[in-house]
Design a protein around this ligand. Sequence first.
Ligand SMILES: Nc1ncnc2c1ncn2[C@@H]1O[C@H](COP(=O)(O)OP(=O)(O)O)[C@@H](O)[C@H]1O
Ligand SMILES: [Mg+2]
Length: 211
Amino acid sequence: MKTIVLASQKGGAGKTTIAAHLAVAAELAGDSPCVMIDTDPQESLVAWWNCRQSETPAFAPSTLKELSEKLEALDKAGFAYAFIDTPPAITESIRAVVALADFVLIPTRPSPHDLRAVGQTVELAAGANRPFAFVVTQAKPNSRLTVQAMASLSEHGVVAPSIIHDRVDFASSMIDGRTVLEIDPKGRSAAEAVALWAFVKTRIKENNKKR
Ligand SMILES: Nc1ncnc2c1ncn2[C@@H]1O[C@H](COP(=O)(O)OP(=O)(O)O)[C@@H](O)[C@H]1O
Ligand SMILES: [Mg+2]
């Protein structure tokens, strides 16, 4: 089983939204079964999953203390990918979660505030010696800021070529336990979620080969 951790110092960057969308995209791509874990005390991902009709992806409750053992058990149970959502801060507990990751994805809005906070998140992943990449989220269409954000992020590490744009369907899908992949499977937002999963999966495979 491969473990993907969503992390960023900034709240509202899109960690929870992307965790849910990646897990559903992975299931739909046949990279299943997938399981999600919420380590954020605000439990946004739990709330989303509780509203959800579909039985996949699975959800595994876990305290931070038991996380490592839980991941081992989920691996033994045959899960292919685990997606872990984290709270927006750099704390010892997040360090412990990141240390368990096969891959860390850092959602970042193309805003000066988010970009300034990126260094700390990078230090978190790089310090733990975990492979990581950025994804630009909530990007406004045709915005110069997006291009600038991708350029400045690329100085710190790999940037996913698949941008997640700011669209109402990303926000509204999360209200009733769905994702854009279920609301409008042929829409532009769904295509972005699919492309992001393809990127993450490829990066994990490449990092595997290197080791
Ligand atoms: N691509 C997007 N387009 C529009 N709204 C988004 C998008 N991604 C996230 N949001 C909204 O932005 C807010 C923060 O997203 P969330 O995933 O909860 O961030 P985090 O978990 O990093 O705090 C939520 O209200 C969410 O619905
Ligand atoms: Mg969140």
